[in-house]
Design a protein around this ligand. Structure first.
Ligand code: AMP
Ligand code: ZN
Length: 472
C-alpha cells in the first residue's frame, strides 16, 4: 500500500481559497464529478480547455495510484435546447443526440479518457423530482404558478463557494436570468411548470421540467454518494451553478457536498472573450478544417496551468507545433542514433532530476507549465551531451521513459494519422524497398519512393546510422 499522504499531491480548493493536500475520503477511489456540456451545439475550444484540464487531472490521479469513479453529465434539456429544437420542429432527443455524439468524438480527437460514467439529464428526472420533494419536506422550497423555487434565505451558508456577498441582492436586482416569479432575486427554480408546446414530464410535482442546477445535484449524488471528493468545471460555473448545487445537495443531506472544488479559468482568443459576433469563435472542428493538428491543439490547451487565463492565438499554435517538433526530433534521435557504450552519470542524473521535477510540478496543483519546463530543460541538456559524446547507449532507456511519462499526461507526441495516411509498417516497407533500390543503383525507383512518401507526409533523412523517417 502506498503512503499517499507523503506524496503531497495538492490542489487549490475554491471553497477554502487555499492549496490543500489531496487524498480521497476512502484512501483509494476518487469520486469526481464534472459538469459536462450543454449539447445544443458543437463544443468550442474554451469548453475544451476545461475538459482538457479535467483529463489531465484524472490522468494524474490515476498515475498517483488512485482509482477513479468519475461522472460527467450531459445537459440535454434546457432553455436553449428547447428553443432550438422547437424552431427546427424536432424533439429534444433528435436535436441533442448528434451534438452529444460530436462531443464524445471531440473528446476522443483530443485524446481524453472517458469518465467512468457519462449520464444524461433526461434519464434522471425521477431522481431530480425526489431531491426536490425532500427539499420541500425540509422547508427549502416554495411554489409559484406551478413552478418550484429554492428559498435561499433558508440556507445561510449560501455564497460560501464563490465568496460573493449576496446581502445586496434582493428582489428586483436580477441575478439569474429567469422569466418566472420569485420571492427573492437570489432564489432559483428547481422545477418549471409546463408551458405551451414545450417538452414536459408528468411527475408528482406536476407537469413540467427540471431547472438546470438540480440535475447536477441529483446525478452526482446518485452515483457518487452524499459527499464527493472533487467537483470540477469552468470558473463561470462557480456562481451561481455550483453555489446552487451546494444549497440543493446540502439541503437534502445535511452533509458537506464536495470536499475539493476545482475550477478552470477561461480561454480567451487573441486577448478577447470568444464570441461569434467578434468572429473569434472556434470549435475544434473549425480548427481542424483549417488544417490544425488535434494534438497540437491539445498541447496548447494543456500547456497553460488551468488556473491561469489561456490566451489562444495562432502564434501560440505555431509555437506549440514547434515545441512538439523538438520533442519528436529528440525522440527520433534517441531511437536512431548509436550512442557510445556505457551510461553517462551526468545524463542519468539529469533524467532523474527531470522526472522528479515533472512529478513535483503536477503534484503542485497541476502546474503543467513547470512540468513542460522540466522536460525541455532535460532535452536541451542531453542534446548537448549527445553532441559532445557525453550520452551513452545506457542512457537511452531512461530518456525514453521520461518522454513516455510526459506523453501519458500530455498525449501529444504521436501525430494524428490523416485519413488515408500510411501506417508505421507500410512506411518501413517503403523505406526498406528504397534502401534496396539504392543499393541496386536503381535511383529512379528510390527517388520515386522518396517522393511518394513525401506526398503522404513522411520525410526521409539519410544519416550515417541509416535512414530515419518522420511524419511532417
Ligand atoms: P457549457 O456547455 O456552457 O455548460 O460549458 C461546458 C464547460 O466549459 C463548463 O465547465 C464551462 O465552465 C466551460 N467553459 C465555457 N466557456 C469557457 C471558456 N471560454 N474557457 C474555458 N472554459 C469554458
Ligand atoms: Zn453542473
Amino acid at each position: 500500500m502506498k503512503d499517499y499522504a507523503s506524496m503531497a499531491l495538492r490542489f487549490y480548493n475554491t471553497l477554502t481559497h487555499a492549496v490543500e493536500t489531496f487524498a480521497p475520503q476512502d484512501g483509494k477511489t476518487v469520486r469526481m464529478y464534472t459538469c459536462g456540456p450543454t449539447v445544443y451545439n458543437f463544443v468550442h475550444i474554451g469548453n475544451l480547455r476545461t475538459f482538457t484540464f479535467q483529463d489531465i487531472l484524472r490522468r494524474w490521479l490515476l498515475y498517483r495510484g488512485f482509482e477513479m469513479m468519475h461522472v460527467m453529465n450531459i445537459t440535454d434539456v434546457e432553455d436553449k435546447i428547447i428553443r432550438n429544437a422547437m424552431e427546427k420542429g424536432v424533439s429534444i432527443y433528435d436535436y441533442t443526440r448528434p451534438y452529444e455524439a460530436a462531443f464524445l468524438e471531440d473528446m476522443a480527437t483530443l485524446r481524453m479518457q472517458r469518465p467512468e460514467k457519462i449520464v444524461r439529464a433526461t434519464e434522471h428526472i425521477p431522481e431530480m423530482v425526489s431531491a426536490i420533494r425532500t427539499l420541500t419536506e425540509k422547508g427549502f422550497t416554495y411554489e409559484s404558478e406551478g413552478s418550484v423555487y429554492y428559498r435561499i434565505a433558508q440556507f445561510p451558508e449560501y455564497g460560501k463557494l464563490s465568496h460573493i456577498d449576496m446581502s445586496g441582492n434582493k428582489a428586483g436586482a436580477r441575478v439569474d436570468v429567469d422569466e418566472y416569479d420569485k420571492d427573492d432575486a437570489r432564489d432559483f427554480v428547481l422545477w418549471k411548470s409546463r408551458r405551451g408546446e414545450e417538452p414536459f414530464w408528468d411527475t408528482p410535482l406536476g407537469a413540467g421540467r427540471p431547472g438546470w442546477h438540480i440535475e447536477c445535484s441529483a446525478m452526482s449524488m446518485k452515483y457518487l454518494g452524499d459527499t464527493l471528493d472533487i467537483h470540477t468545471g469552468g470558473i463561470d460555473l462557480a456562481f451561481p451553478h455550483h453555489e446552487n448545487e451546494i444549497a440543493q445537495s446540502e439541503g437534502v443531506t445535511g452533509k458537506p457536498f464536495v470536499r475539493f472544488w476545482l475550477h478552470a479559468e477561461h480561454l480567451m482568443v487573441e486577448g478577447q472573450k470568444m464570441a461569434k459576433s467578434l468572429g473569434n469563435f472556434y470549435t475544434l472542428r473549425d480548427l481542424i478544417a483549417q488544417g490544425q493538428q488535434p494534438e497540437v491543439i491539445r498541447y496548447l490547451l494543456a500547456s497553460v496551468p488551468y488556473r491561469k487565463k489561456l490566451n489562444f492565438t495562432f502564434d501560440g499554435l505555431r509555437a506549440a507545433q514547434t515545441a512538439l517538433e523538438r520533442l519528436r526530433n529528440y525522440k527520433l534521435r534517441l531511437e536512431t542514433t548509436k550512442f557510445p557504450e556505457g551510461t553517462n552519470e551526468a545524463a542519468a542524473e539529469a533524467a532523474k532530476r527531470a522526472r522528479a521535477a515533472f512529478d513535483e510540478a503536477l503534484d503542485d496543483d497541476l502546474n503543467t507549465a513547470e512540468a513542460l519546463g522540466a522536460i525541455f530543460e532535460f532535452v536541451r541538456e542531453t542534446n548537448t551531451a549527445m553532441d559532445t559524446g557525453a550520452f551513452g547507449q545506457g542512457n537511452v532507456a531512461a530518456a525514453q521513459e521520461l518522454l513516455a511519462h510526459f506523453d501519458y499526461v500530455f498525449q501529444a507526441l504521436q501525430p494524428t494519422a490523416a485519413a488515408g495516411a500510411l501506417s508505421d509498417g507500410e512506411i518501413q516497407e517503403l523505406v526498406d524497398e528504397r534502401t534496396a533500390a539504392k543499393k541496386a543503383k536503381n535511383f529512379k525507383r528510390s527517388d520515386e519512393i522518396r517522393a511518394e512518401l513525401l506526398e503522404k507526409g513522411v520525410v526521409l533523412e539519410d544519416t550515417k546510422d541509416g535512414v530515419r523517417w518522420k511524419r511532417k
